[in-house]
Design a binder for this molecule. Structure first.
Ligand code: ATP
Ligand code: MG
Length: 318
């Protein structure tokens, strides 16, 4: 069983524009989709499509439309809250460029935070992996993920965290107590944590030298994190563990929409890890799933038939 927790889920409203986005102009929508989403829900959807037993956990009121969007499509359990979950808007252009406008989300009370924590710990007993994904809603303590990792680790499950900004910094500040098994920073998040320059990290890798990314990721592994999967958009990804470092170039694809690419990378990694794969294979699966997501339109997430492992070459760095 793989558990995901999405503390700040959303109804994702994706609008495909008829032409390039121009500030101040009137645009027409070629299509509009509304989906129950949020990073942990996306991770669970990819894993579920790949045949894994999953359970997506979230805060949401019983009549919230986000739950009707999950009925019959994804096993889930919610802690009841009064306010509606947020709506996030994505503007997609035909060349794959996406512009997002995310709401902050409803404020959780201390009791609701405690109820979520209790639900996660209850469901995690006996789970193989727990993935904690996305931003934290107002009202949640900034070190919630750090606290959850410390509480989950003794239960024997493996824990992945994919977040950014203050919650990610709080996780790293609480090391080694918050040492999870996987974090998945993108180049900006890795730069935030290590003081490196995001553009330099990504452009070095693109130019064939992933060593700056490896050095930044290794500084986190040295502090106790099990594996750092640093995703680099179209430049692929680097994986650093205590065993070594690997780089995988992204396959040449036609990018349609990068929505869900990072979440698909997390799912690809966990899928391979749950099957007992070694680090190089985990990285290959992560990049193949991330790039499959980037090649699919709108919010579509990859199904096994969309994923081409053989298109991803993995190189050992050291
Ligand atoms: N332009 C692209 N071409 C090919 N693959 C891509 C592209 N952009 C993203 N990917 C794939 O998706 C993975 C994750 O992308 P990225 O590093 O942009 O994640 P992210 O910034 O965390 O995304 P998210 O917005 O979903 O959180 C990459 O490692 C790669 O496999
Ligand atoms: Mg991300």
């Amino acid at each position: 069983m793989i558990i995901t927790f999405t503390p700040n889920p959303s109804l994702d409203r994706t609008v495909l524009l008829d032409r390039q986005l121009t500030r101040g102009a009137v645009h027409r929508a070629e299509s509009v989709t509304v989906e129950s989403a949020g990073k942990g829900i996306n991770v669970a959807r990819v894993l579920h499509a790949a045949g894994q037993e999953v359970l997506a956990l979230l805060p949401a009121g019983p009549s919230d439309p986000i739950l009707s969007g999950l009925t019959d499509t994804l096993p889930h359990r919610a802690v009841a809250i009064t306010d509606r979950v947020r709506t996030n808007i994505t503007l997609t252009e035909s060349d794959g460029t996406t512009t997002k406008v995310n709401e902050a989300g409803p404020t959780l009370t201390a009791d609701q935070v405690a109820a979520c924590t209790a639900m996660i710990l209850e469901e995690a007993a006996g789970a193989g992996w727990v993935a904690l994904s996305g931003s934290l809603p107002p009202g949640a303590p900034v070190d919630w993920y750090a606290q959850l990792v410390a509480a989950l680790t003794p239960l024997g499950c493996l824990v992945a965290v994919d977040t950014s900004d203050a919650p990610l910094q709080a996780l790293v500040d609480a090391l080694p107590a918050s040492a999870c098994d996987l974090i998945k920073p993108n180049s900006e998040e890795l730069a935030q944590l290590t003081g490196a320059d995001a553009e330099w990290l990504e452009s070095s890798a693109r130019a064939g030298d992933p060593r700056p990314v490896v050095a930044a990721a290794r500084s986190l592994v040295d502090r106790g994190i099990g594996a750092v999967l640093a995703t680099l958009g179209g430049a692929g990804a680097v994986l650093v563990t205590a065993e070594g470092a690997w780089y995988a170039q992204a396959p040449a694809i036609t990018v349609r929409s990068t929505v869900g690419a990072g979440d698909s990378s997390v799912a690809g990694y966990i899928l391979a890890a749950a099957a007992g794969a070694r680090p190089a294979r985990r990285l290959q699966s992560a990049v193949a799933h991330g790039s499959a997501a980037a090649g699919l339109p709108g919010t579509s997430l990859p199904r096994p038939g969309d994923v081409n492992l053989d298109a991803v070459t993995v190189t050992r760095i050291d």
